[in-house]
Write a protein that binds this ligand. Structure first.
Ligand code: ATP
Length: 327
């Protein structure tokens, strides 16, 4: 009991706005320091931060008292799933996924990666986890840790290297389910590297593990753009909001003479985004360092080069769109 006869729980609840008060599960005060257990179900990261700030100012207003210790219970954040798709192969979708994961991680997001490109898994190389094998607890896989300590799973971790995966339909669906139903722990955002095109895996994913959003990667060529638009309509039909388009391999700066050229054209994806009424998230240059670092399992986004900054700028937009960072 506090000095005026209220229980500690009542004291705390009274100090809070009416909508937050019922979320306090228990409250205890010892030597001026409050310890609170809070129901965090359904609160996203910014909402939790706001609530923490409100609790601080309500319970330790002058700054003289120690800040309350706050434990959130329950589902802190509903895990968000963002699919990274492309209309055709080879446009750099996997490279973009790996680098966005690193950039999101560096921005403080608890990010994980599912390599759903079960026919040609490349994330184990890109995120340097080729030699790791996921352990299973019963039926549930434990993700391995790739570069930057990113939890990840890929069919590349589960089948012998180089073995072609010619699975179709139900088998592909089951393989995918194993990856999604793994123990993702406190991961708040899962990036899913989809196979190119609009086949079985995409359909299974839309039906069973519907993403919260999709990012479409394209090169600036007309052909790639037409395919990207098709990938877009797949997500539209599945009622998955498209967060935007990324232009990859845009503009090449010769490392020797510094001359800039546009082997695949330029600005095409931004114009296509305008036509399709979709956000344009940014462009990644065609660059030796992107390819070399990918091959080495050392994504450029770990550094601060202009290429890295291009990935960081796109990652920031995704984090904001998903409520995991402030605008
Ligand atoms: N911005 C870039 N600059 C230079 N090389 C790049 C860039 N983006 C990707 N690449 C290279 O292009 C090749 C294809 O990239 P990636 O495997 O990421 O494409 P993808 O769209 O995922 O292909 P897939 O159809 O096999 O899934 C790789 O060798 C990669 O290193």
């Amino acid at each position: 009991m506090t000095s005026n006869g209220q229980t500690e729980l009542e004291t705390v609840r009274k100090a809070l706005p009416a909508e937050l008060a019922p979320r306090i599960i228990s409250a205890r005060q010892r030597e001026d320091r409050w310890t609170l257990v809070v129901d965090g179900e359904g609160l996203d990261a910014p909402a939790r931060e706001r609530m923490e700030a409100q609790l601080h100012s309500a319970l330790a207003p002058g700054g003289g008292d120690p800040a309350p210790a706050i434990a959130f219970m329950g589902e802190r954040v509903r895990r968000r799933i963002i699919a990274i798709g492309s209309g055709k192969g080879g446009v750099g979708k996997s490279t973009v996924t790996a680098n966005l994961a690193v950039a999101l991680k560096r921005a403080g997001v608890k990010v994980g990666v599912i390599d759903a490109d079960i026919y040609g898994p490349s994330q184990p190389i890109l995120l340097k986890s080729e030699d790791l094998k996921p352990e299973a607890e019963g039926e549930t896989l434990q993700p391995v840790r790739g570069v930057a300590d990113i939890p990840m799973l890929s069919m590349g971790h589960l089948v012998a290297k180089g073995r072609a995966l010619a699975w179709r339909g139900p088998m592909a669906g089951r393989a995918l389910a194993q990856l999604f139903e793994a123990n993702w722990g406190d991961t708040e955002l899962l990036l899913v590297d989809l196979p190119p095109g609009t086949g079985d895996v995409q359909i299974t994913m839309l039906q069973k593990f519907k993403p919260d959003g999709a990012v479409i990667v394209s090169t600036p060529q007309d052909l790639a753009l037409a395919d990207a638009a098709r990938a877009g309509s797949l997500f539209d039909q599945g009622e998955v909001p498209i967060l935007g388009l990324v232009e990859n391999m845009a503009g090449y700066v010769c490392p020797h003479c510094g001359e800039a050229s546009d082997p695949f054209g330029s600005g095409g994806v931004e114009r296509a985004a305008g036509r399709l009424d979709l956000p344009f998230l940014g462009r990644i240059p065609l660059s030796h360092s992107v390819r070399e670092s990918s091959d080495a399992g050392d994504p450029v986004a770990l550094g601060d080069t202009p290429e890295a900054q291009a990935f960081h700028a796109i990652a920031r937009q995704i984090a904001v769109a998903e409520g995991l960072a402030k605008a």
